[in-house]
Design a protein around this ligand. Structure first.
Ligand code: GEK
Length: 248
């Protein structure tokens, strides 16, 4: 049972103070569902896409896995598919509060006979990505420093088998200031309708300052092409929340 996110009702948030610590872990599923429009659709769709791209004897990487939503979705979507010999899902997150909770959840998951999931507490900048066929960066790249993103994307492309794919989902920034303003207002309307107060919205915005650094779609597509992906297709967008599939 997930607790309701009331983190910023009573908490004065310093600029850039947001951390994936135990207090966030306790409310994380509620927080992400009420903050990211479309999250509950994007996650199972990543599973659907994985079903098409996963190859025998390869790894699937869930980078910045949090509580493993993508790993669970991929595991479920692969049930009944042929050609899964030697396939493993590797779920990595630098927050031990997240990975400890994920290990508990895996222990009680009833997806019997699904592909194994290895949970790693570590930095995705150091993950060995060789021999993979499917990689998911579901709202994770946005938390890396800007100058570290090119290298990670190039490493993902290098580690993927030919025919493999990356799903990248990010909160983007819009080039046109007017569009950026409107999209931000629509996102804040979404959060209000999800029950967040104006004060909570303002405090969370401040806490995420310089922690979540969003880039334009053009910049993401340039990086994907420079990294060696042959084709990148946008398959989801709701306000700033955008997902692409990049194929090798
Ligand atoms: C989901 N994908 O539910 N190395 C490892 N983990 C990191 C790093 C890093 N360098 N930087 C950030 N993280 C998930 C949602 S949440 C998105 C991803 C959000 C981790 C961080 O600890 C957190 O768990 C996750 O990336 C981002 O489908 O909360 O908006």
């Amino acid at each position: 049972m997930t607790r309701r996110d009331t983190l910023y009702t009573g908490l004065e948030a310093g600029p850039g103070s947001f951390r994936f610590d135990e207090r966030v872990v306790d409310v994380f599923p509620d927080m992400i569902n009420r903050s990211v429009p479309g999250y509950s659709l994007v996650v199972p769709m990543i599973g659907q896409l994985a079903r098409r791209f996963v190859q025998p004897g390869t790894s699937v990487h869930d980078l910045g896995c949090s509580l493993g939503a993508v790993s669970f979705a991929v595991r479920r979507a692969l049930v009944g598919r042929e050609g899964l010999d030697g396939v493993r899902i590797v779920a990595t997150d630098s927050s031990s509060a997240m990975t400890d909770r994920l290990r508990e959840r895996l222990g009680t998951d009833s997806a019997d006979g699904g592909v194994p999931v290895d949970v790693v507490t570590g930095d995705i900048r150091d993950t060995d990505l060789s021999g993979s066929s499917f990689v998911a960066l579901n709202f994770t790249l946005q938390f890396l420093d800007l100058d570290e993103r090119d290298r990670l994307l190039a490493r993902i492309a290098d580690g993927l088998q030919p025919g493999g794919a990356l799903v990248l989902a990010e909160k983007i920034r819009f080039e046109d200031a007017e569009v950026q303003l409107r999209q931000t207002e629509w996102h804040e309307d979404f959060k209000r309708l999800q029950g967040y107060s104006d004060l909570e919205i303002a405090r969370k915005r401040s806490a995420l300052e310089e922690v979540l650094k969003s880039e334009t779609e053009t910049r993401h597509l340039e990086r994907l092409h420079a990294a060696g992906f042959t084709c990148a297709t946008r398959w989801f967008q709701c306000f700033a929340f955008t997902a692409w599939l990049a194929e090798k």
